[in-house]
Design a protein around this ligand. Structure first.
Ligand SMILES: *[C@@H]1O[C@H](CO)[C@@H](O)[C@H](O)[C@H]1NC(C)=O
Ligand SMILES: *[C@@H]1O[C@H](CO)[C@@H](O)[C@H](O)[C@H]1NC(C)=O
Ligand SMILES: *[C@@H]1O[C@H](CO)[C@@H](O)[C@H](O)[C@H]1NC(C)=O
Ligand SMILES: *[C@@H]1O[C@H](CO)[C@@H](O)[C@H](O)[C@H]1NC(C)=O
Length: 437
């Protein structure tokens, strides 16, 4: 039985932890040295992009840019703006011949809200990267060692010398996607055969010779860290997200369909995938909702290093703040300062427009708009998600969307991503131009 002193000590430890300044809190823009008006104006402006209109090269036929989204901005550890807008579930049917989607009756439509859970798509790569950085901190892997030194079966088809650094900066030489795709279940009937396909995948460039964004890099990274840590990737990620209080961040391992999956009601609806792309797509209820949109991640049981994670902006803001805090959150150390510095270090000086830290892109206008700079680490996800962590201004901003609902072909939401960066820059008092469209 605990003594009174032990209970008091526990209570004190808890209260000290709760007051830790490295935890996100809520406050006015002014309390974070920002202006309120641009952040207020941002809400109506982002909402306007959910309506039909001519958005230049970002859409065709006046299609909306996205049905809705959820956005969060924080500076100096203070959340200064967070809101949902538009719809997380809007269309009930899609006709591929006419490219026309039919809206659900109004009472069946669902608003995008602050707690809407989005398919993170390639933002998953950032969480896989943090899991890999933890292994670097532990000394179980090194950035400069070859993949084959941890997974000998990788040393085929010219991949003997591919390094971990090349995986996390997309310079390994891999083509963009596995071919044939892993979701061709005739070619790859089992999970094991799909992992083997990743290990056997050939290169299209010599290692280090070119920057080519490839999901194969992060599928391979998953295999490396699962091998050295002896745990599945989802468990390795939960090992740091759960202690940070990220309880709406998860993979749907096993691709559980429909309301049988506990988070289903809060999850954004995605694409009428089979109608848009044809019968070769994964056979599952349409539109895709609740299971991972990315077909190769679906084929890997819903868990891969390149896609598969779902999250909310509130949860992911904690992940970003941990990075701005140089590795800690709520008094817990997740990464060393050296590991965080590797996120912001540009390993791709050979490829000037493709600056890249470990897992994160650097200095990208299409993700961050006018906030882009060499100390802004960012990434996007195919479904419409965006994450920016800017060391230069101690700011993080997130824009999550289900822009592939009803079809991936309707629009690019880069204009909304850039717009968020514009409004954040305006709120910092900067004189910048609205991104052109
Ligand atoms: C968003 O705001 C900018 C800057 O005021 C404006 O130029 C643009 O037309 C707005 N976008 C929409 C879709 O209303
Ligand atoms: C799609 O639209 C075409 C052209 O109007 C029509 O012939 C077809 O029946 C529609 N398909 C479905 C599934 O409603
Ligand atoms: C790996 O590097 C070694 C040493 O530079 C070289 O001899 C070998 O040919 C390389 N292997 C491949 C598959 O490129
Ligand atoms: C994190 O590290 C960077 C680079 O050394 C430094 O500029 C920044 O002030 C640090 N932030 C905190 C919260 O310690």
């Amino acid at each position: 039985m605990k003594t009174g002193v032990a209970i008091l000590a526990t209570a004190l430890a808890v209260s000290v932890q709760a007051k830790d300044p490295d935890v996100l809190s809520y406050g006015s823009p002014e309390s974070a040295g920002m202006l309120s008006k641009p952040l207020r104006d941002m809400v109506a402006n982002l909402t306007a992009f959910t309506r039909r209109g001519d958005y230049g090269g970002f859409n065709e036929d006046n299609k909306p840019i996205e049905p809705g989204g959820t956005t969060l901005v924080a500076r100096n550890g203070i959340v200064v703006s967070r809101f949902g807008f538009g719809k997380r579930d809007l269309y009930g049917a899609f006709n591929a011949t006419t490219n026309v989607a039919t809206e659900l009756p109004p009472e069946e439509q669902e608003d995008a809200s602050i707690d809407t859970i989005y398919d993170m798509a390639s933002l998953t790569k950032l969480f896989t990267s943090v899991a890999a950085l933890q292994q670097i901190d532990k000394g179980t892997i090194s950035l400069y060692s070859t993949v084959a030194s941890y997974v000998p079966a990788f040393a085929v088809n010219g991949k003997d010398n591919v390094t971990i650094e090349q995986l996390v900066t997309h310079t390994s030489g891999f083509p963009p996607d596995p071919s044939p795709p892993l979701y061709n279940l005739t070619v790859y009937p089992t999970y094991e055969s799909r992992i083997e396909a990743i290990l056997n995948a050939p290169l299209e460039n010599a290692p280090g010779a070119a920057f080519v964004y490839s999901d194969l890099n992060f599928m391979s990274l998953m295999i490396v860290i699962e091998t050295v840590a002896g745990k599945p990737l989802d468990q390795l990620i939960y090992d740091f997200t759960v202690p940070m209080g990220m309880l709406s961040t998860f993979f749907n391992r096993g691709n559980v369909e429909g309301p049988a999956f506990p988070f289903y009601p809060r999850m954004a609806t995605e694409e009428f995938q089979i109608a848009v792309l044809g019968p070769g797509e994964p056979q599952r209820p349409q539109p895709v909702r609740g299971t991972v949109h990315d077909e190769n991640a679906w084929a890997l049981d819903g868990v891969s290093g390149h896609a598969g994670l779902f999250s909310t902006v509130d949860d992911t803001a904690k992940f970003c703040q941990m990075i701005l805090n140089n590795g800690t959150y709520n008094g817990r150390r997740i990464l060393s300062q050296d590991a965080v510095d590797m996120i912001f270090h540009n390993y791709n000086t050979k490829f000037p427009s493709d600056s890249h830290g470990v897992g994160f892109e650097l200095d990208q206008y299409y993700t961050a708009g006018p906030m882009a700079n060499p100390r802004a680490a960012s990434h996007t996800g195919f479904t419409g998600t965006t994450l920016v962590v800017d060391r230069a201004s101690n700011t993080l901003f997130l824009h999550f969307s289900n822009r592939v609902h009803p079809s991936r072909d309707w629009s690019s939401n880069n204009i909304v991503r850039e717009a968020v960066g514009y409004w954040v820059a305006k709120a910092l008092g900067r004189d910048v131009a609205f991104p052109s469209y």
